[in-house]
Write a protein that binds this ligand. Structure first.
Ligand code: FAD
Length: 490
């Protein structure tokens, strides 16, 4: 009759599966969050001193604690190795069960297995609930009961399953509020103030300067704003200079918003006649998210290896030149303005527009011939919304080794992508002010400008902006050769 809810990447107090199941099945429920030293130490070992995600979590945890207190409970916040701290806390509180929402990343799966084992030794149950996705693991399969490896048929089956259940069966909110009476106040000795950033061993990031809204209230504000323009999503989403997408990814990452509420909202917009087409496209993006979680569940080896194993035969560049090229890519000094502006966007804000993620990933793998794992790792450190499944899926898609029906010769041209998706150079001008005065017809490839045009715009190649570090046509030819090993393996 006593339970503990362990919050991880689900920092909200409403429509929360684990909280609902615990409250509706127990008389007394405590809530806890652990700043896991296993995760924080790994970040520190990679040299990270400031991390917007830590600031985001701190804010969101404070808001969650306040919401739980207002409902009669509160959050126990620990700073420890979670695999040890949670069983110890459960024993101290004398609970019979620990509830948590399932996490599908290989490291989290291993951690949860270890926690479940330790709890079992104390005769405490570990109950894992589906919350992060609409459909998980084996819930959407092909007709021959196998996992999908291509998105479109998966999406069709996903939609069909949703429709077959009728109404919003799978999208219903968990009515946590009805059971608030079971929330227990944390015992006095455990209800300390949450650790401060310095105690966690980090310095302040620029999250607040960027005005990135945090917590449940931040997610609500972003969603409200997005709903006023959801109808335009389909056409606006590809242009990085336009406010097209929802910017909700960091909230989905940390669970400050429920995926069910977003899918429900999208469905309502689709059926209301207001912004229906945009909402349908957006729902399909949310389905991509489920898709990559499902892929990671069935193929945990993609964390490290190609989804299509024959692509592991590719020999990537890794000499000194490649190291230098990689540094130029990371720092936004490739000489291709759209690529550089995109890398400055991630470095300065922790966000990168979806179109640009595809452009820079293609550039790294197919123009520089560098292993997609190097880029994946860079994104994992820098993205506020970093999610192993979507990030790995995106990188493998760009490297052609992933779940994609397209053959490998899809190689983005960084200049034509720029002309198409940032036609006036508005996005480029925002991040590369030294190019701001170039005319639109030159800004995508400054090296093609005449000396007079460059002089007038105040651009000095090699001085305030680099020449391209690679020739796209030559790189393309080298990539086709490099990828030929895949064809031979077929
Ligand atoms: P919106 O356009 O408003 O989309 C709404 C939501 O749908 C997103 O928040 C996200 O949860 C989901 N979504 C959209 N596109 C995708 C996609 N292709 N795959 C999976 N889910 C999707 N997304 C992450 O959440 N974390 C990552 O680490 C990540 N890494 C990526 C790396 C590469 C190389 C690429 C090409 C894509 C990556 N994406 C990742 C997917 C996508 O770029 C982001 O989800 C999106 O840009 C987030 O912005 P938004 O919330 O404004 O998106």
């Amino acid at each position: 009759d006593k339970s503990l809810v362990w919050f991880r990447r689900d920092l909200r107090s409403t429509d929360h599966a684990a909280l609902y199941y615990a409250l509706s099945q127990s008389r007394q429920v405590w809530c806890a969050f652990v700043f896991d030293t296993d995760i924080l130490d790994a970040l520190k070992q990679q040299g990270v001193r400031r991390d917007r995600r830590i600031d985001f979590i701190l804010d969101s945890v404070a808001e969650l604690d306040a919401a739980l207190r207002a409902a009669g409970g509160g959050l126990i916040v620990l700073h420890d190795a979670a695999a040890r701290a949670i069983p110890a806390l459960a024993a101290e509180l004398g609970v019979q069960a620990v509830f948590a929402n399932a996490d599908y990343e290989p490291d989290a799966v291993a951690r949860d297995r270890a926690v479940a084992q330790t709890l079992q030794d104390d005769a405490i149950l570990f109950l894992s609930c589906k919350d992060q996705v609409i459909f998980e693991k084996d819930e959407v399969l092909t007709q021959s009961a196998r996992p999908f490896s291509v998105f479109t048929p998966y999406k069709n089956a996903w939609m069909a399953k949703l429709a077959a259940a009728g109404g919003d069966f799978y999208l219903k909110a968990y009515p946590v509020d009805k059971y608030h009476a079971s929330l227990a106040r944390p015992p006095a000795q455990l209800h300390r103030a949450p650790p401060k950033l310095e105690q966690l061993g980090f310095e302040k990031s620029n999250l607040h300067e960027l005005k990135i809204p945090t917590g449940m209230s931040g997610a609500d504000a972003l969603l409200d704003d997005f709903l006023s323009r959801i109808g335009a999503y389909g056409s606006a989403r590809d242009y990085p200079a336009v406010k097209g997408p929802s910017y909700l990814s960091v909230h989905l990452r940390f669970g400050t918003v429920s995926i069910r509420s977003l899918a429900r909202t999208a469905m309502q917009a689709m059926h209301s006649g207001h912004g229906g087409a945009g909402a349908a496209t957006w729902l399909s993006e949310l389905t991509w998210r489920d898709f990559y979680f499902m892929i990671l569940h069935h193929h945990p080896r993609v964390a490290g290896q190609a989804f299509k194993p024959e692509y592991d035969a590719i020999k990537w560049e890794d000499d000194q030149q490649a190291q230098a090229d990689f540094a130029a890519w990371c720092e936004g000094r490739t000489g291709y303005p759209l690529v550089d502006a995109a890398m400055l966007q991630i470095n300065q804000t922790g966000y990168m527009h979806n179109r640009l993620r595809m452009v820079v990933a293609s550039f790294l793998t197919k123009d520089l011939g560098i292993d997609w794992r190097w880029g994946e790792k860079y994104f994992a450190i820098h993205l506020n919304d970093f999610d192993l499944s979507a990030n790995n899926g995106g990188w493998q898609w760009a490297a052609s080794s992933g779940c994609d029906a397209q053959p490998y010769f899809r190689i983005f041209n960084p200049v034509t992508q720029s002309e198409k998706f940032d036609p006036d150079g508005k996005f480029i001008r925002r991040y590369l002010p030294q190019l701001a005065r170039l005319p639109a017809k030159r800004i995508h490839a400054p090296w093609t400008a005449t000396p007079e045009e460059l002089r007038q715009a105040g651009v000095a190649l090699d001085d305030n902006y680099p020449r391209p570090i690679v020739d796209h046509a030559q790189a393309r030819a080298r990539t086709l050769e490099r990828y030929a090993v895949v064809k031979k393996a077929d």
